[in-house]
Design a protein around this ligand. Structure first.
Ligand SMILES: N[C@@H](CCC(=O)N[C@@H](CS)C(=O)NCC(=O)O)C(=O)O
Length: 236
C-alpha cells in the first residue's frame, strides 16, 4: 500500500499545503489506493525535508512533481496519457506558474501579512505551550520571511506580489474558460494542481486580494465544488 505523508486537514481543506493537496487529489483522481499519515512529526522521514512525500514498496520519494512522475511510471498515466503534446505543454506551464510563482504569494499572505498571521499562528502553533508560542512561531515566521526574500517574492510590496498572483490565476482561469476541467470533460493532473490553489485561496479564515478576485468569479466556486464533490465526497 502506498502511504501519503502530509500535514493534514485544516480550515475545511484537506491540506493547507497546495503541494500535499495536489498530490492527494491526483491519487484520488487516478484511483491509486493509498493510506494517509498526517502530521509535522513525520517531516524528519522526508527525503527532501518537505511535505508531501510518499512511501511505496520500501522507497520514500519526496516532491509532488517527482512523486507524480513516479506514479505515472509505476501505475500508468490514466489522467494525462491521452492529452495532446500541446495540452501536455500547457499543463506543465500551469503547474509551474502555480507551484513556482503563485505559491509564494500564498505563503506571503499567510506568514507575513498581518491580516492572516494571527490566525495562522494560533492554528499552526496551537500544540506549542502558550508561553512559548510567540517565540517559536516568531522564529519560524522569520525563517519563512528569509526564504521569501532569498527566493525573490519577499522583495516585492504585498500589493505587487498579490497583483502578479492574480494575473497568474486570471491566465489559468482563461484557459479553463467554461469547461468543466482544464482540458474538457475529464480531469488531468493540472486540475489537481489548480484545484489545490483555488481551494486554498478560498479558505474563509484567510483574507487576501487573491481570495477577493476568485470570489467574484462564479466559475471558481463551481470548479472547486465539482472536484470536491467528485473526489472528496463533499456535496457541492
Ligand atoms: N517542490 C515541493 C515543494 C514542497 C513544499 O514546499 N512543501 C512545504 C509546505 S507547502 C514544506 O514542506 N515546507 C516545510 C519546510 O520547508 O520546512 C513539492 O512539489 O512537493
Amino acid at each position: 500500500m502506498l502511504t501519503l505523508y502530509k500535514f493534514g486537514p485544516v480550515w475545511g481543506v484537506p491540506d493547507a499545503s497546495p503541494f500535499c493537496m495536489k498530490l492527494e487529489t491526483y491519487l484520488r483522481m487516478t484511483g491509486i489506493p493509498f493510506e494517509v499519515k498526517k502530521g509535522m512529526q513525520n517531516m524528519k522521514l522526508s527525503p527532501k525535508g518537505k511535505m508531501p512525500f510518499i512511501e511505496h514498496e520500501g522507497k520514500r520519494i519526496g516532491d509532488s512533481e517527482l512523486i507524480i512522475g513516479y506514479l505515472k511510471k509505476t501505475f500508468g498515466d490514466s489522467l494525462d496519457g491521452a492529452l495532446s503534446p500541446e495540452q501536455k505543454a500547457i499543463a506543465r506551464l500551469i503547474q509551474r506558474t502555480l507551484d513556482e510563482h503563485c505559491y509564494f504569494a500564498a505563503v506571503h499572505s499567510r506568514w507575513i501579512d498581518e491580516a492572516n498571521w494571527p490566525v495562522v499562528r494560533e492554528t499552526f502553533f496551537r500544540p506549542v505551550p502558550a508561553l512559548l508560542r510567540g517565540l517559536v512561531s516568531g522564529q519560524i515566521r522569520k525563517k519563512v520571511g528569509k526564504m521569501l526574500y532569498l527566493q525573490g517574492a519577499g522583495r516585492h510590496e504585498s500589493a505587487e506580489l498579490y497583483a502578479m498572483a492574480i494575473e497568474d490565476l486570471q491566465a489559468v482561469l482563461s484557459l479553463l474558460g467554461d469547461q468543466p476541467y482544464l482540458f474538457g470533460d475529464a480531469p488531468s493532473s493540472a486540475d489537481a494542481c489548480l484545484h489545490a490553489y483555488l481551494a486554498n485561496f478560498l479558505i474563509r479564515e484567510m483574507r487576501s486580494p487573491m481570495a477577493d478576485f476568485l470570489a467574484q468569479d462564479p466559475r471558481v466556486a463551481a470548479y472547486v465544488a465539482r472536484i470536491d464533490g467528485s473526489y472528496y465526497g463533499n456535496a457541492a
